[in-house]
Design a protein around this ligand. Sequence first.
Ligand code: AMP
Length: 557
Amino acid sequence: MPALNATQPPFGLMQDWPLTVDRVLEHARVNHGHREIVSRSVEGPIVRETYADLYARARQVSTALLEDNVQPGDRIATLAWNGARHMELWFGAMGIGAVLHTVNPRLFPEQIAWIINDAGDTHLFFDLTFLPIVEQLAEKCPAVRRWVLMTDEAHAPPAGKIPNLAIYESFIAGKSRDVTWGNFDERTAAGLCYTSGTTGNPKGVLYSHRSNVLHSLTSLQRDSLGFSVDDVIMPIVPLFHANAWGITFSAPAVGAKLVMPGSKMDGPSIYELMDAEKVTFSAAVPTVWLMLKQYLEETGKKLPHLDRIVVAGSAVPEAILRSYEDDYGVKVFHAWGMTEMSPLGSMGATTPEFREQGKDAVQRNKLKQGRPSFGVEMKIVDDNGNELPRDGKTTGHLVVRGPAIAGAYFKNAGGNILDKDGYFDTGDVAHICPLGYMQITDRAKDVIKSGGEWISSIDIENIAVGHPAVANAAAIGLAHPKWDERPLLVIELKPGQSASREDILGFLTGKIAKWWMPDDVAFVEKIPLGATGKLNKLQLRQTFRGYTWPEQAVAAR
Ligand code: AMP
């Protein structure tokens, strides 16, 4: 019998209910309208609004954008911390088919300008904190026709250097809430996020409504984020990082209370808000968890309400995992993912086989990056794309496939990124055990991740080889106690030439962002090259494994 579909007799099939993200907020309004979103505002006070308020204000944002001639597909950028206004913008822009583009304010202004121009953003909304950056950006980004400062008139600065500046509260005040959301194809673009975790210029990852909704459903599985209406969720991971790990959609999808930390990301501020709002779940990179752990140790404070945390973005250090679980009774879930994956790829939920072996085995296993949820296909392959065995020791390129995984970068940057079977190469090197746990063992891509942010090794090398005494240079990421990874610059000098560590670092100063500055310089006779003449970073990372950083480098950062 041939397959049946809605266009053939005997008719009768499920409804066509487009998977658009406005439906998530609509669901939250109807079923969880009174649940709160608590934000530490950039202006200072704690602000409370409900999902019903968020819905109403997001619709005012939509009307304001439409009246400002925003068309479907236009890119609306934000330079903003985690807060309710930022969420209003997400839903307000996405609801009318515009694309919400989160820009990472931690990049340096030239990179930010490049990204805004590449994206072709027409509007940029920004928090007060970023006024000095925006003053530098305004003349470099001619396509932006409206700059909106996310505050009220009382906090507005005196007229300054920014043309077409609007103040958020006035921009949306009194705007109609009677606006149509959705009503377009679920494959319409919804969000844009650039990643620097690839070689060359940053690349845009374009999320669709459908991919966001499916990613939320995938992440709501119990062995993934598994949120409940009973949860109080604090996303410390910024909304501008990798689609906010999907939390902007998965939390309203279940009606969980949200607690947004704003610009204050230090240990005491995070602790204070977590404790006051009885946060049960939070998500952040290891550097944040380390910082909070230090604060808890210094003050003797505990985390009585916190039930579980997700640590991702870099491998979770064993000391963090054990300390949160053993000293504070918080369950730790180690996750792996990528901007290109919306971003969740795998999660370290425990299978019965490990539980039977006891706590120590469970915790050791949690150091692996975990198993994929339904919705992500994952395998390891050799250099020729042949699948490798899942034996827990054979390592290969980790490739992935799924409905919330990039099929191409924005504007097709970098060309085709999928293999013949539709798999995307993550640039990570891993093995997978027979029980399906994946463990990252190395990175094939040439970038360094420090405190959750990418540093381009190639940019550092290109500048370093400009030094007259340098024959070749390689920047590699090595384990660091606070920042997970920091750059070490390996230098091969020209014959008969000399240069000191200080000479090299002095040469880089002013040419790269301060936090990109290598923590140390190592001099070698010869930098190893691979078969094709490329720097052999794998070998270099092995040579320098266990490297001891100079004390001032560890203390200073
Ligand atoms: P991003 O797109 O900025 O989220 O970075 C994604 C990349 O970060 C991955 O491809 C990995 O290289 C790295 N990464 C993310 N999570 C982990 C983890 N749990 N352990 C090790 N590396 C990770």
